[in-house]
Design a protein around this ligand. Structure first.
Ligand SMILES: [Ca+2]
Ligand SMILES: [Ca+2]
Length: 101
């Protein structure tokens, strides 16, 4: 993308690109299988998602995100996870704002 992107535009691009970086490694290029998903969360989300090293916890997370139950994570399902993380972050920020005198 052009270098004149705003910070927000670049951030969205990073989020989108991150999905495809992991989804393209094996099998379907537009879906993350369990292995790809686990790799993504352990490498990219280890600070915001605790338990990502735990295979069982990661599988539970996949189950909760996999709304069409095909055993794989589509972009929409990935985006649900990003939304949940963003919501958590937003709540933390709101609390910090309240704490200010
Ligand atoms: Ca794949
Ligand atoms: Ca799915």
């Amino acid at each position: 993308m052009a270098s004149g992107c705003s910070e927000l535009e670049s951030a969205i691009e990073v989020l989108v690109r991150n999905f495809y970086v992991y989804a393209e490694k094996k099998g379907k290029q537009d879906k993350m299988n369990k292995k790809e998903f686990r790799k993504m969360v352990t490498q990219e989300l280890q600070h915001v998602l605790t338990n990502t090293q735990n295979k069982e916890a990661a599988n539970k997370l996949i189950q909760s995100l996999d709304t069409d139950e095909d055993g794989k994570i589509s972009f929409d399902e990935y985006w649900t996870l990003i939304g949940e993380i963003a919501k958590k972050l937003s709540m933390q920020m709101a609390m910090q704002c309240q704490e200010r005198p």
